[in-house]
Design a protein around this ligand. Structure first.
Ligand code: 5GP
Length: 193
């Protein structure tokens, strides 16, 4: 069994509304060994795609994204959930992203300065549920006319729509761990990546 699956079984907690809490090692307190192994596995799949930038959304995507970017020696860029006062609207690419866990909408932005048509972008996030965050990042990369190499996910909840939306959009997706069900607070893994 993979390192991440083992850790989810040991330390993950299932909450109502199909939410898996993994904040003891993935997205609050962060275990660098677990994140390093996730980065290695995502790079085994995407590493030869001439990636120039790793793209994510704040806050929980930043740890896996920066780890991958460091291994590749390329910049990591994250979408901000609030537009900095120093950036004008016409200086940003933006889109609306609905948060699955918070049930709120954010207008997320990236400075046009840091993404362009020369870029080959790997999109990374901690979780994939309904694909709002990943599709929002795909939308932003498309506004910049960047090439999207793929979407790399730490934990995919395969019983939700996210993967299908990404596949339907023609984008390659690889998830380190896939969860088939969290029903009755019981976690079942799905096969494949
Ligand atoms: P999506 O945008 O695919 O609907 O949901 C993914 C985003 O919501 C991720 O960025 C993640 O932060 C959050 N998320 C979705 N499901 C879960 C979950 O079960 N547990 C945690 N901790 N975050 C989740």
């Amino acid at each position: 069994m993979s390192d991440l699956k083992q850790r989810i079984l040991e330390d993950g907690k299932v909450f109502p509304n199909n939410v898996l809490k993994v904040d003891s090692f993935l997205n609050h307190q962060i275990d660098p060994i677990v994140i390093g192994n996730i980065a290695d596995e995502l790079l085994a799949h995407f590493g030869d795609k001439k990636i120039t930038k790793v793209l994510t959304i704040e806050a929980s995507g930043i740890a896996p994204a920066i780890t991958i970017a460091a291994k590749l020696g390329v910049p990591m860029l994250f979408a901000k959930k609030q537009k900095p006062s120093t950036l004008q609207n016409d200086e940003t690419y933006g889109t609306i992203v609905h948060s699955y866990t918070k049930n709120t909408d954010s207008h997320v932005v990236i400075s046009k300065q840091y993404l362009n048509q020369e870029d080959r972008v790997l999109i990374v996030d901690d979780f994939l549920a309904n694909g709002e965050a990943a599709m929002g990042l795909i939308n932003i990369a498309e506004q910049a006319h960047a090439t999207i190499v793929g979407v790399g996910i730490c934990i995919e909840k395969s019983f939700q729509d996210g993967r299908q939306r990404i596949v339907d959009h023609g984008v390659d997706i690889y998830s380190v761990v896939r969860i088939a069900s969290l029903e009755n607070e019981t976690l079942t893994f799905a096969e494949g990546h």
